[in-house]
Design a protein. Structure first.
Length: 530
């Protein structure tokens, strides 16, 4: 305790039995260390409050919500008369940054506690009631999962609690999907409404930032960590959720320093905590709709009408998977056609036959992950060589997985179903033979389209709309500096690009992280000349 008080100002506070220290939904709540007595941690989101833990002298409250800026998911109540040391959110950040040994203990406990809640099976959190075949139910579940919100999904088709809850809230199946949070009921809320109700979204605070990062994928998060840790005022503007395509990858096995496989969402969650630990701001959802320039500054316009001003901008918006040119594809997106393979999507595949389309690592990882849940996985590739675009270790694993069948020279012809996907008709391009597969789910990973439609003409792009950088823009008519462009600099001085959105980049998690980190060095060099 002496070391903790040396690192940050702590006030000694007294609570009587039954008094609340903080409750579900509180933001910027204090971090408490128990000096005497007991503090009970409760989950009040279920029908009757559940005790999660009891903290005694020497133990402390809190989890990752302290760093992410999100509301508390639990309540803390004095179980008996107690004395606690209270530390403000700013003071806790001082502890994490200035007392590394103590900070590591606290941070590891925070991560472990959230993981235990996620895996407990008994923590309720936000409740989502809706059909597995509903596009909006999937959208809501996907948004919550990718934003690391703890929630319980009650499936209309299979959950025995659904009827009782519908009666309790006075709604019918036709009103679903609905979200229940702290006795508040939201009927088919938009992502923005969800974010504002749950306290996920925090608008940018600064008047002018040193660095504004557009996109919260691996490149953007790496830039946020390095920028904020080196003293740059940094904000990340992410349109949906941190992680980008990486958050939809269940197993990443070739990322340096992690010999045991980690899911993309795990790595993303830790990156978000790192960025927040060093003081970077993360605003979600914050879709950027335009970029203009005023003197030496960049002005980013948000969908909400807000404007963010920055000395430097990093474009890290990544790319999204192309839509299959097959009859019925658009109709079944979110209710049978998916562009990621995570636990959220995997829940509709249990014991079923599923289809994966694509020959790269993303498709391979999806096939291996889904094979653990599905009865059979059909992997469709356009060519005749599984090893051409896929890492060798992954291709070998697919060949050794008995319930994965690779169909070469095969494309999707059409998709059919009533309210959700039911069948997929495929065709062999060599023989012309057609085959119809019965399946509730198709997963598509067939190349990427960059998210650059919001950029102005001053930012040059190649024929496929990826952002040009470095030597490729040295002769651009938009380049108005006396020096040569830096390696990751676009045709506008002070605007950089990193990750999948950049022309010529290697489309890998590791390289995106490297480029995001590297971009910060160029930001420093540009700022020196301002």
């Amino acid at each position: 305790m002496a070391e903790l008080r040396r690192c940050a100002a702590a006030s000694l506070e007294q609570y009587r039995a039954g008094q609340v220290l903080f409750e579900v939904g509180d933001r910027d709540f204090k971090f408490f260390v128990v000096k005497s007595g007991e503090v009970e941690i409760l989950d009040p989101s279920s029908e009757s409050p559940k005790t999660i833990a009891v903290h005694r002298p020497g133990q402390f409250t809190g989890d990752v919500a302290h760093l992410t800026g999100s509301p508390s998911v639990v309540s803390a109540v004095a179980r008996a008369n107690c004395e606690v040391y209270g530390i403000s959110p700013a003071g806790l950040r001082d502890v994490l940054n200035n007392c590394p040994e103590l900070g590591n203990v606290i941070l590891q406990a925070f991560i472990a506690r959230r993981q235990l809640l996620r895996e407990s099976g008994s923590f309720t959190g936000v409740r989502v009631i809706g059909s597995r075949y509903s596009r909006d139910t999937f959208r809501i579940r996907d948004f919550l999962a990718r934003n690391l919100v703890l929630f319980t999904w009650l499936d209309l088709e299979s959950d025995p609690e659904v009827d009782r809850l519908l009666r309790r809230f006075g709604i019918s199946e036709s009103d679903t999907p609905v979200v229940v949070w702290r006795e508040r009921l939201l009927r088919n809320p938009s992502n923005r409404e969800l974010a504002e109700t749950l306290g996920i979204r925090r608008p940018p605070k600064q008047t002018v930032y040193d660095l504004a990062v557009v996109g919260g994928g691996p490149a953007g998060l790496a830039a946020a960590v390095y920028g904020a840790s080196e003293g740059l005022t940094t904000v990340v503007l992410e349109r949906t959720a941190p992680g980008g395509q990486a958050s939809g990858t269940m197993l990443i096995e070739n990322y340096l320093g992690f010999p045991t496989a980690k899911s993309g969402s795990e790595l993303v969650e830790r990156a978000v905590l790192q960025a927040r630990k060093f003081g970077a701001e993360l605003s979600v959802p914050a879709p950027v709709t335009g970029l203009t320039f005023e003197n030496a500054y960049s002005l980013l316009r948000l969908e909400t009408g807000e404007t963010v001003v920055a000395k430097c901008v990093l474009i890290a918006t990544g790319a999204e998977y192309r839509r299959l040119l097959a009859e019925g594809c658009e109709r079944f997106e979110g209710c049978g056609v998916y562009y990621a393979a995570t636990v959220t999507e995997g829940q509709v595949c249990q014991g079923e036959d599923v289809v994966v389309v694509g020959g790269g690592n993303s498709a391979g990882q999806a096939a291996v992950f889904l094979a653990k849940r599905a009865r059979k996985v059909f992997l469709l590739i356009l060519g005749g060589d599984l090893y051409k675009d896929m890492s060798a270790y992954l291709a070998r694993r697919i060949e050794q997985t008995p319930n994965i069948e690779v169909l070469y020279h095969t494309t999707v012809l059409r998709m059919e179903g009533d309210k959700h996907l039911a069948t997929v008709t495929i065709v062999n391009s060599r023989t012309g033979e057609e085959r119809t597969l019965t399946t509730p789910a198709l997963f598509s990973f067939i190349g990427a389209v960059p998210r650059t439609d919001w950029l102005p003409p001053e930012i040059e792009r190649d024929a496929k709309q990826f952002v040009r950088t470095g030597a490729a823009v040295a002769g651009s008519p938009h380049w108005n500096a006396q020096r040569q462009p830096f390696l990751l600099e676009t045709s506008r001085p002070g605007v950089f690009a990193a990750g999948d959105v950049r022309s010529g980049s290697v489309k890998r998690f590791t390289s995106a992280v490297g480029e995001g980190a590297m971009a910060v060095q160029f930001v420093h060099e540009h700022l020196k000349g301002m």
